[in-house]
Design a binder for this molecule. Structure first.
Ligand SMILES: [Zn+2]
Length: 411
Protein backbone atom coordinates (compact mmCIF):
# COMPACT_ATOMS: atom_id res chain seq x y z
CA UNK A 1 0.00 0.00 0.00
CA UNK A 2 2.83 2.35 0.85
CA UNK A 3 4.26 1.75 -2.64
CA UNK A 4 1.66 4.12 -4.07
CA UNK A 5 2.50 6.91 -1.69
CA UNK A 6 3.79 10.08 -3.41
CA UNK A 7 4.84 13.47 -2.09
CA UNK A 8 3.10 16.69 -3.12
CA UNK A 9 5.60 18.34 -5.49
CA UNK A 10 3.71 21.63 -5.56
CA UNK A 11 3.67 21.89 -1.77
CA UNK A 12 7.42 21.16 -1.69
CA UNK A 13 8.04 23.86 -4.31
CA UNK A 14 5.85 26.40 -2.50
CA UNK A 15 7.72 25.75 0.76
CA UNK A 16 11.09 26.26 -0.92
CA UNK A 17 9.83 29.54 -2.41
CA UNK A 18 8.46 30.69 0.95
CA UNK A 19 11.78 29.97 2.66
CA UNK A 20 13.64 31.88 -0.09
CA UNK A 21 11.69 35.02 0.81
CA UNK A 22 13.48 35.16 4.16
CA UNK A 23 16.65 37.16 3.53
CA UNK A 24 15.89 37.64 -0.16
CA UNK A 25 18.86 38.28 -2.45
CA UNK A 26 19.01 41.05 -5.03
CA UNK A 27 18.96 38.62 -7.94
CA UNK A 28 16.40 36.00 -6.99
CA UNK A 29 18.42 34.01 -4.46
CA UNK A 30 18.76 34.27 -0.68
CA UNK A 31 21.15 35.70 1.87
CA UNK A 32 20.56 33.86 5.13
CA UNK A 33 23.94 33.68 6.84
CA UNK A 34 24.26 31.33 9.81
CA UNK A 35 22.85 32.57 13.14
CA UNK A 36 21.68 35.95 11.82
CA UNK A 37 18.14 37.26 12.36
CA UNK A 38 17.27 35.85 8.93
CA UNK A 39 18.55 32.42 9.96
CA UNK A 40 16.38 32.61 13.09
CA UNK A 41 13.37 33.54 10.98
CA UNK A 42 14.00 30.62 8.61
CA UNK A 43 14.39 28.23 11.55
CA UNK A 44 11.19 29.55 13.15
CA UNK A 45 9.28 29.01 9.92
CA UNK A 46 10.57 25.42 9.66
CA UNK A 47 9.84 24.64 13.32
CA UNK A 48 6.30 26.04 12.94
CA UNK A 49 5.68 23.86 9.90
CA UNK A 50 6.89 20.79 11.79
CA UNK A 51 4.67 21.56 14.81
CA UNK A 52 1.70 21.92 12.44
CA UNK A 53 1.98 18.21 11.64
CA UNK A 54 2.48 17.18 15.24
CA UNK A 55 6.26 16.85 15.34
CA UNK A 56 8.17 17.37 18.57
CA UNK A 57 11.28 19.54 18.43
CA UNK A 58 14.66 18.93 20.03
CA UNK A 59 17.49 21.44 19.72
CA UNK A 60 21.03 20.58 20.74
CA UNK A 61 23.65 22.95 22.10
CA UNK A 62 25.12 23.55 18.63
CA UNK A 63 21.70 24.71 17.42
CA UNK A 64 21.00 21.59 15.36
CA UNK A 65 17.23 21.05 15.16
CA UNK A 66 15.66 17.57 15.22
CA UNK A 67 11.94 17.50 14.34
CA UNK A 68 10.50 14.12 15.25
CA UNK A 69 7.49 12.16 14.06
CA UNK A 70 6.88 9.20 16.36
CA UNK A 71 6.74 5.65 15.09
CA UNK A 72 5.14 2.52 16.56
CA UNK A 73 8.33 1.55 18.34
CA UNK A 74 9.97 4.68 19.66
CA UNK A 75 12.83 2.77 21.21
CA UNK A 76 14.20 2.29 17.69
CA UNK A 77 16.72 4.89 16.53
CA UNK A 78 15.09 7.42 14.20
CA UNK A 79 15.51 7.43 10.41
CA UNK A 80 16.53 11.01 9.63
CA UNK A 81 16.45 13.30 6.60
CA UNK A 82 17.91 16.78 6.48
CA UNK A 83 20.50 19.33 5.46
CA UNK A 84 20.97 23.05 6.20
CA UNK A 85 18.97 26.30 5.97
CA UNK A 86 21.88 28.78 5.98
CA UNK A 87 23.10 30.15 2.64
CA UNK A 88 26.08 31.86 1.05
CA UNK A 89 25.93 35.70 0.90
CA UNK A 90 24.80 35.40 -2.74
CA UNK A 91 23.21 32.00 -2.20
CA UNK A 92 20.58 30.16 -4.16
CA UNK A 93 17.15 28.94 -3.10
CA UNK A 94 17.96 25.21 -3.16
CA UNK A 95 21.41 24.44 -1.71
CA UNK A 96 20.65 22.84 1.66
CA UNK A 97 17.10 24.13 1.82
CA UNK A 98 15.92 21.41 -0.54
CA UNK A 99 17.23 18.65 1.73
CA UNK A 100 15.48 20.06 4.79
CA UNK A 101 12.16 20.78 3.07
CA UNK A 102 12.19 17.47 1.18
CA UNK A 103 12.44 15.81 4.60
CA UNK A 104 9.52 17.92 5.83
CA UNK A 105 7.51 17.07 2.69
CA UNK A 106 8.10 13.35 3.31
CA UNK A 107 6.73 13.75 6.86
CA UNK A 108 3.82 15.88 5.66
CA UNK A 109 2.90 13.17 3.15
CA UNK A 110 2.88 10.49 5.85
CA UNK A 111 0.86 12.74 8.13
CA UNK A 112 -1.69 13.44 5.43
CA UNK A 113 -2.10 9.73 4.63
CA UNK A 114 -2.07 8.71 8.25
CA UNK A 115 0.86 6.35 7.81
CA UNK A 116 2.73 5.28 10.92
CA UNK A 117 6.22 3.86 10.52
CA UNK A 118 7.83 1.31 12.79
CA UNK A 119 10.83 3.49 13.72
CA UNK A 120 10.35 7.21 14.34
CA UNK A 121 11.29 9.64 11.55
CA UNK A 122 13.08 12.96 11.93
CA UNK A 123 14.13 15.99 9.93
CA UNK A 124 17.41 17.62 10.95
CA UNK A 125 18.69 21.14 10.30
CA UNK A 126 22.47 21.40 10.75
CA UNK A 127 23.89 24.75 11.92
CA UNK A 128 26.41 26.73 9.84
CA UNK A 129 26.97 24.33 6.97
CA UNK A 130 28.18 27.04 4.61
CA UNK A 131 31.05 28.35 6.70
CA UNK A 132 30.63 31.76 5.12
CA UNK A 133 30.05 33.76 8.31
CA UNK A 134 31.89 31.34 10.60
CA UNK A 135 34.76 29.12 9.39
CA UNK A 136 35.12 26.23 9.07
CA UNK A 137 32.12 24.95 7.13
CA UNK A 138 29.98 22.04 8.37
CA UNK A 139 31.05 22.81 11.91
CA UNK A 140 27.92 21.61 13.75
CA UNK A 141 27.69 18.29 11.91
CA UNK A 142 31.43 18.11 12.56
CA UNK A 143 30.89 18.49 16.31
CA UNK A 144 28.11 15.89 16.05
CA UNK A 145 30.54 13.47 14.37
CA UNK A 146 33.29 14.16 16.92
CA UNK A 147 35.56 15.97 14.44
CA UNK A 148 35.58 19.25 16.41
CA UNK A 149 35.51 20.06 20.12
CA UNK A 150 32.41 21.98 21.15
CA UNK A 151 34.40 24.72 22.90
CA UNK A 152 36.36 25.27 19.71
CA UNK A 153 33.12 25.51 17.70
CA UNK A 154 31.42 27.88 20.16
CA UNK A 155 34.46 30.17 20.07
CA UNK A 156 34.61 30.53 16.28
CA UNK A 157 33.96 34.17 15.47
CA UNK A 158 32.73 36.21 12.51
CA UNK A 159 34.45 39.32 11.12
CA UNK A 160 32.82 41.44 13.87
CA UNK A 161 34.17 39.18 16.60
CA UNK A 162 30.78 37.65 17.46
CA UNK A 163 31.05 33.97 18.31
CA UNK A 164 28.90 31.01 17.40
CA UNK A 165 28.15 30.43 21.09
CA UNK A 166 26.93 34.01 21.62
CA UNK A 167 24.93 34.11 18.44
CA UNK A 168 23.24 30.77 19.16
CA UNK A 169 22.18 32.25 22.52
CA UNK A 170 21.06 35.52 20.97
CA UNK A 171 18.75 33.94 18.40
CA UNK A 172 17.40 31.46 20.94
CA UNK A 173 18.73 28.30 19.34
CA UNK A 174 21.30 27.14 21.88
CA UNK A 175 19.45 24.05 23.06
CA UNK A 176 19.92 21.89 26.12
CA UNK A 177 20.89 18.52 24.75
CA UNK A 178 24.61 17.93 24.18
CA UNK A 179 25.46 17.85 20.48
CA UNK A 180 26.37 14.32 19.40
CA UNK A 181 24.22 12.50 21.95
CA UNK A 182 21.09 12.46 19.79
CA UNK A 183 21.06 9.00 18.17
CA UNK A 184 20.61 8.69 14.41
CA UNK A 185 19.58 5.29 13.02
CA UNK A 186 20.29 6.40 9.46
CA UNK A 187 20.63 9.75 7.69
CA UNK A 188 19.60 10.67 4.14
CA UNK A 189 20.57 14.07 2.77
CA UNK A 190 18.82 15.14 -0.43
CA UNK A 191 20.66 17.93 -2.24
CA UNK A 192 21.03 19.59 -5.62
CA UNK A 193 24.07 18.14 -7.39
CA UNK A 194 25.96 21.46 -7.68
CA UNK A 195 27.68 19.93 -10.71
CA UNK A 196 26.83 19.20 -14.36
CA UNK A 197 26.85 15.39 -14.50
CA UNK A 198 23.18 14.46 -13.99
CA UNK A 199 22.04 17.16 -16.39
CA UNK A 200 24.52 16.00 -19.04
CA UNK A 201 23.54 12.35 -18.55
CA UNK A 202 19.83 13.29 -18.47
CA UNK A 203 19.26 11.50 -15.17
CA UNK A 204 16.72 12.67 -12.60
CA UNK A 205 18.32 11.12 -9.55
CA UNK A 206 21.92 10.70 -8.42
CA UNK A 207 22.53 7.78 -6.04
CA UNK A 208 25.46 9.25 -4.13
CA UNK A 209 27.97 6.61 -3.07
CA UNK A 210 30.47 8.87 -1.31
CA UNK A 211 32.36 12.11 -1.25
CA UNK A 212 35.78 12.78 -2.65
CA UNK A 213 38.87 13.25 -0.56
CA UNK A 214 40.74 16.50 -0.60
CA UNK A 215 44.07 17.95 0.44
CA UNK A 216 44.87 21.61 0.88
CA UNK A 217 48.34 23.12 0.59
CA UNK A 218 50.03 26.44 1.26
CA UNK A 219 52.98 26.99 -1.07
CA UNK A 220 55.53 29.73 -0.55
CA UNK A 221 58.06 30.27 -3.36
CA UNK A 222 61.15 32.33 -2.55
CA UNK A 223 63.42 33.99 -5.11
CA UNK A 224 64.98 37.43 -4.96
CA UNK A 225 63.60 40.93 -5.47
CA UNK A 226 65.59 42.85 -8.02
CA UNK A 227 65.32 45.70 -10.52
CA UNK A 228 63.07 44.97 -13.50
CA UNK A 229 65.16 47.14 -15.80
CA UNK A 230 68.75 46.48 -14.88
CA UNK A 231 68.62 42.75 -14.04
CA UNK A 232 69.44 40.68 -17.19
CA UNK A 233 67.15 37.77 -17.98
CA UNK A 234 69.76 35.09 -17.19
CA UNK A 235 70.20 34.68 -13.48
CA UNK A 236 66.92 36.20 -12.38
CA UNK A 237 65.21 34.50 -9.45
CA UNK A 238 61.62 35.28 -10.36
CA UNK A 239 59.16 33.55 -8.00
CA UNK A 240 56.11 34.53 -10.08
CA UNK A 241 57.42 32.81 -13.24
CA UNK A 242 57.71 29.58 -11.24
CA UNK A 243 54.23 30.15 -9.78
CA UNK A 244 52.82 30.46 -13.29
CA UNK A 245 54.42 27.14 -14.28
CA UNK A 246 53.11 25.49 -11.12
CA UNK A 247 49.56 26.73 -11.72
CA UNK A 248 49.44 25.06 -15.11
CA UNK A 249 51.13 21.93 -13.69
CA UNK A 250 48.38 21.70 -11.07
CA UNK A 251 45.78 21.82 -13.84
CA UNK A 252 47.68 19.13 -15.81
CA UNK A 253 47.94 16.97 -12.68
CA UNK A 254 44.14 16.77 -12.50
CA UNK A 255 43.94 16.02 -16.23
CA UNK A 256 46.42 13.14 -15.74
CA UNK A 257 43.97 11.62 -13.26
CA UNK A 258 40.83 12.34 -15.33
CA UNK A 259 37.90 12.10 -15.20
CA UNK A 260 37.52 11.96 -11.40
CA UNK A 261 40.26 14.32 -10.21
CA UNK A 262 40.11 18.11 -9.85
CA UNK A 263 42.87 20.51 -8.81
CA UNK A 264 42.80 24.25 -8.28
CA UNK A 265 45.01 27.19 -7.42
CA UNK A 266 42.47 29.68 -6.06
CA UNK A 267 44.49 32.22 -4.13
CA UNK A 268 47.81 33.95 -4.70
CA UNK A 269 49.81 36.82 -3.24
CA UNK A 270 52.81 38.35 -4.98
CA UNK A 271 55.56 40.19 -3.10
CA UNK A 272 56.44 43.00 -3.28
CA UNK A 273 53.74 43.31 -5.99
CA UNK A 274 55.37 46.22 -7.75
CA UNK A 275 55.52 46.53 -11.55
CA UNK A 276 59.22 47.35 -11.78
CA UNK A 277 60.51 44.83 -9.24
CA UNK A 278 61.05 41.16 -10.13
CA UNK A 279 58.81 39.28 -7.67
CA UNK A 280 60.97 37.79 -4.95
CA UNK A 281 58.21 35.85 -3.24
CA UNK A 282 54.86 34.28 -4.07
CA UNK A 283 52.31 32.61 -1.80
CA UNK A 284 49.65 30.39 -3.34
CA UNK A 285 47.12 27.76 -2.31
CA UNK A 286 46.55 24.37 -3.94
CA UNK A 287 43.39 22.25 -3.58
CA UNK A 288 43.46 18.70 -4.98
CA UNK A 289 40.53 16.24 -4.85
CA UNK A 290 39.88 12.65 -5.83
CA UNK A 291 37.25 10.12 -4.69
CA UNK A 292 39.90 7.37 -4.54
CA UNK A 293 42.22 7.47 -1.54
CA UNK A 294 45.16 5.80 -3.33
CA UNK A 295 44.87 8.06 -6.34
CA UNK A 296 44.67 11.12 -4.10
CA UNK A 297 47.88 10.02 -2.39
CA UNK A 298 49.49 9.49 -5.79
CA UNK A 299 48.39 12.97 -6.88
CA UNK A 300 49.91 14.38 -3.69
CA UNK A 301 53.22 12.63 -4.41
CA UNK A 302 53.29 13.83 -8.02
CA UNK A 303 52.44 17.36 -6.94
CA UNK A 304 55.46 17.43 -4.67
CA UNK A 305 57.76 16.09 -7.40
CA UNK A 306 56.48 18.63 -9.96
CA UNK A 307 56.94 21.53 -7.58
CA UNK A 308 60.43 20.41 -6.55
CA UNK A 309 61.53 20.06 -10.19
CA UNK A 310 60.14 23.46 -11.12
CA UNK A 311 61.73 25.19 -8.15
CA UNK A 312 65.12 23.55 -8.84
CA UNK A 313 64.99 24.47 -12.52
CA UNK A 314 64.30 28.10 -11.63
CA UNK A 315 66.92 28.11 -8.84
CA UNK A 316 64.44 29.11 -6.17
CA UNK A 317 63.46 27.88 -2.69
CA UNK A 318 60.07 26.82 -1.43
CA UNK A 319 58.03 25.67 1.53
CA UNK A 320 55.02 23.39 0.96
CA UNK A 321 52.66 22.81 3.88
CA UNK A 322 49.81 20.34 3.73
CA UNK A 323 47.26 22.14 5.92
CA UNK A 324 44.29 19.77 5.51
CA UNK A 325 43.91 16.11 4.57
CA UNK A 326 40.33 14.91 4.32
CA UNK A 327 40.11 11.27 3.20
CA UNK A 328 37.34 10.25 0.77
CA UNK A 329 34.16 9.02 2.43
CA UNK A 330 32.15 5.99 1.41
CA UNK A 331 28.48 6.04 2.27
CA UNK A 332 26.67 3.12 3.91
CA UNK A 333 25.88 0.21 1.58
CA UNK A 334 22.41 -0.30 3.09
CA UNK A 335 21.46 3.38 2.67
CA UNK A 336 22.80 3.44 -0.90
CA UNK A 337 20.82 0.29 -1.72
CA UNK A 338 17.63 1.83 -0.29
CA UNK A 339 18.05 4.95 -2.46
CA UNK A 340 18.87 2.90 -5.54
CA UNK A 341 15.92 0.54 -5.04
CA UNK A 342 13.51 3.45 -4.50
CA UNK A 343 14.78 5.20 -7.66
CA UNK A 344 14.31 2.00 -9.66
CA UNK A 345 10.90 1.09 -8.24
CA UNK A 346 9.57 4.60 -8.73
CA UNK A 347 10.76 4.51 -12.34
CA UNK A 348 13.16 7.44 -12.23
CA UNK A 349 16.27 7.55 -14.43
CA UNK A 350 19.23 7.39 -12.06
CA UNK A 351 22.93 6.69 -11.77
CA UNK A 352 25.56 6.32 -9.10
CA UNK A 353 27.61 9.45 -8.47
CA UNK A 354 30.30 10.81 -6.15
CA UNK A 355 29.81 14.15 -4.40
CA UNK A 356 32.26 16.82 -5.50
CA UNK A 357 31.36 19.20 -2.69
CA UNK A 358 31.48 18.64 1.06
CA UNK A 359 28.18 18.10 2.88
CA UNK A 360 26.96 17.52 6.43
CA UNK A 361 26.33 13.91 5.35
CA UNK A 362 30.07 13.53 4.71
CA UNK A 363 30.70 14.22 8.41
CA UNK A 364 27.76 12.36 9.95
CA UNK A 365 28.59 9.23 7.89
CA UNK A 366 31.56 8.71 10.22
CA UNK A 367 29.19 7.93 13.12
CA UNK A 368 25.88 6.82 11.54
CA UNK A 369 24.76 4.96 8.39
CA UNK A 370 24.34 7.70 5.78
CA UNK A 371 23.86 8.39 2.10
CA UNK A 372 22.73 11.20 -0.19
CA UNK A 373 20.28 11.75 -3.03
CA UNK A 374 21.22 14.25 -5.75
CA UNK A 375 18.92 15.98 -8.22
CA UNK A 376 20.14 18.00 -11.22
CA UNK A 377 20.53 21.77 -11.09
CA UNK A 378 20.68 23.96 -14.18
CA UNK A 379 24.17 24.16 -15.65
CA UNK A 380 25.57 22.65 -12.45
CA UNK A 381 25.53 26.19 -11.03
CA UNK A 382 25.43 26.68 -7.24
CA UNK A 383 26.63 29.23 -4.65
CA UNK A 384 25.01 31.72 -7.01
CA UNK A 385 21.64 33.46 -6.81
CA UNK A 386 20.80 32.11 -10.25
CA UNK A 387 20.95 28.52 -8.92
CA UNK A 388 17.90 26.70 -10.27
CA UNK A 389 16.28 23.26 -10.31
CA UNK A 390 13.23 21.76 -12.00
CA UNK A 391 10.14 21.15 -9.86
CA UNK A 392 9.75 17.66 -11.39
CA UNK A 393 13.33 16.72 -10.42
CA UNK A 394 12.91 18.06 -6.89
CA UNK A 395 9.71 16.03 -6.58
CA UNK A 396 11.45 12.89 -7.90
CA UNK A 397 14.28 13.21 -5.38
CA UNK A 398 11.77 13.78 -2.61
CA UNK A 399 9.80 10.65 -3.54
CA UNK A 400 13.04 8.66 -3.48
CA UNK A 401 13.83 10.15 -0.08
CA UNK A 402 10.38 9.23 1.27
CA UNK A 403 10.62 5.62 0.10
CA UNK A 404 14.22 5.16 1.20
CA UNK A 405 13.19 6.38 4.67
CA UNK A 406 10.18 4.05 4.71
CA UNK A 407 12.36 1.08 3.76
CA UNK A 408 14.71 1.67 6.64
CA UNK A 409 12.06 2.69 9.15
CA UNK A 410 9.93 -0.43 8.51
CA UNK A 411 12.82 -2.87 8.32
ZN1 LIG B 1 24.60 22.52 0.81
Amino acid sequence: MNQDLRVDGQRLWDSIMAMAEIGPGQHGGSCRLALTDEDREGRDLFVGWCRDIGCSIEIDDMGNIFARRDGRNNDLPPIVAGSHLDTQPHGGKFDGIYGVLAGLEALRTLHEHNVTTEAPLEVVVWTNEEGSRFAPAMIASGVYAGLFEKDYAWARSDSDGKTIGEELQRIGYRGDSPCGEHTIGALFEAHIEQGPILEAEQKQVGVVVGGQGQRWYDLRIRGRDSHAGSTPMPGRRDALVAAAEIISMVRDLALDFAPQAVATVGEMSVFPNSRNTIPGEVFLTIDIRNPDEDKLAEMARELRVCITDCIDKNELDFGLDEIWDKPPVNFDAGCIAAVEAASRELGYSHQRIVSGAGHDACQVCLVAPTSMIFVPCAGGLSHNEAESAEPADLEAGCNVLLHAMLTLANR
